[in-house]
Ligand binder design. Structure first.
Ligand code: ADP
Ligand code: MG
Length: 399
């Protein structure tokens, strides 16, 4: 892992102005924040800086206003939720640069916190305009990036600011980078990866990268169907990208050449309709899927074998469910493997890192999310990291 500075490297910050990039892209309904997970993730960094006496200016984007002021996407709407989670008063500043921010900084006392306006109201944010970064930086002494989830984008407040101010990783960014490094950067071997979900096409780069990195690649979900089809299996009406069979075979060949064992299910749960507990539900060998049936989950034998694979591994990185877990009983394989991974983690024999929107939902559904070593809620940034890409927001911190 390339070195980056953390809050431990800060000297005396009493009265100094910190620009802290956080993720406040919060789910809202009828003007109210429905889930404060992202605020809680940023809270340790915000409170630590506040306790150290810095004036804390929070920077974040909200929605996609595309470089214009859109009143329904003002960050003023989240101030109440942030105050509630932090247990502190928070000021709102309707600008990100210029005299209004300067005056606000003059009013703030050491340890006070303010939220600046939605960074995406300014066109320069997504263009990573260095002039905008300089204008924002003019009112501050240092920059802290605590938004790993936005680090795959090179924007003025996720990347540009790191070039014009002393830059530090916040606590949540630091935890994420350390966990991800343990999982794929310098992992304890053998390493297993689970890649599941709906489509191969959405995770091609992930698969291509992982087969060169891990010892075991477990392919599940709809994407397993494409691999089975590529191997000549008739997958019936299953979700399957038949146009990607050559690509799938090329990935299998790369895996072979790299010493990566690819695991595909050999028993599956099928039905004729996509519904909860359908009458046509049955479990069969992958070679016995009828023309009018769909594969909707890996079978119990496969789930057990995959659990045995995890028992031989020291590190697991997981993205994508093994089946259509939203509907019973197609959650069974995902839940079974998640429970095995959690138990191995509790025993101390496995380091388990997982990420992805539906993956986190599936692990919560299995009731084991808190038992994994680390769960990333970063979505796009997590996937780009799984593709082996350097994230611009992270690279800028290391520069
Ligand atoms: P993540 O959000 O964790 O990256 P994805 O979005 O790639 O995961 O995949 C999750 C979706 O894949 C779920 O909606 C799930 O229902 C679907 N899925 C998994 N297995 C199958 C299958 N066999 N057939 C159809 N859909 C599937
Ligand atoms: Mg998804």
């Amino acid at each position: 892992m390339t070195a980056f500075k953390t809050l431990d490297d800060l000297g005396d910050v009493t009265g100094k102005v910190a620009l802290v990039r956080v993720d406040l892209n919060l789910p809202m309904q009828d003007g109210a924040v429905t889930d404060d997970t992202r605020i809680r993730a940023a809270a340790p960094t915000i409170l630590e800086l506040s306790e150290k006496g810095a004036k804390v200016l929070l920077l974040a984007h909200f929605g996609r206003p595309k470089g214009e002021r859109v009143s329904t996407q003002s960050l003023s709407m989240v101030v109440g939720a942030v105050e509630k989670t932090l247990g502190k008063e928070v000021m709102f500043v309707p600008e990100i640069a210029g005299d209004v921010v300067k005056q606000a900084v003059g009013i703030l006392r050491a340890g006070d916190i303010a939220i600046l306006e939605n960074t995406r109201f300014w066109k320069g944010e997504e263009k990573n305009d260095p002039e905008l970064a300089k204008a924002i930086a003019a009112n501050a002494d240092f920059y802290v990036n605590d938004a790993f989830s936005a680090a795959h984008r090179a924007h003025a407040t996720t990347e540009g600011l790191a070039h014009v101010l002393p830059a530090y990783a916040g606590r949540s960014m630091q935890a994420e980078l350390e966990a991800l490094d343990k999982a794929l950067g310098a992992p304890e071997k053998p390493v297993a990866a689970v890649v599941g979900g709906a489509k191969v096409s959405s995770k091609l780069d992930v698969l291509k990268h992982l087969v060169t990195q891990v010892d075991h690649l477990i392919i599940g979900g709809g994407m397993a169907n494409t691999f089975l089809a590529a191997k000549g299996v008739d997958v019936g009406k299953s979700l399957c990208e038949h146009d990607l069979t050559d690509t799938a075979n090329a990935i299998l060949a790369t895996a072979d050449a790299s010493g990566c064992t690819v695991h595909l299910p050999y028993d599956v749960v099928v039905s004729k309709e996509f519904a909860a507990n359908p009458p046509s539900l049955r479990t069969c060998n992958v070679h016995e899927v009828a023309a009018d049936e769909m594969i909707l989950d890996a079978g119990p034998a496969a789930a057990e074998t995959l659990g045995d694979v995890l028992k031989t591994c020291r590190t697991l990185v997981w993205n994508g469910p093994l089946g259509a877990f939203e509907m019973a009983p197609f959650d069974a394989a995902t839940v079974a493997l998640a429970k095995t991974a959690a138990a191995l983690t509790a025993e101390g024999s496995l380091i388990s890192v997982a990420g992805g929107g539906d993956t986190v939902a599936a692990l919560n559904h299995a009731g084991v999310a808190q038992d994994f070593t680390y769960i990333s809620t970063a979505g796009g940034a997590f996937l780009e990291w799984m593709e082996g890409k350097e994230l611009p927001g992270v690279a800028a911190l290391s520069a």
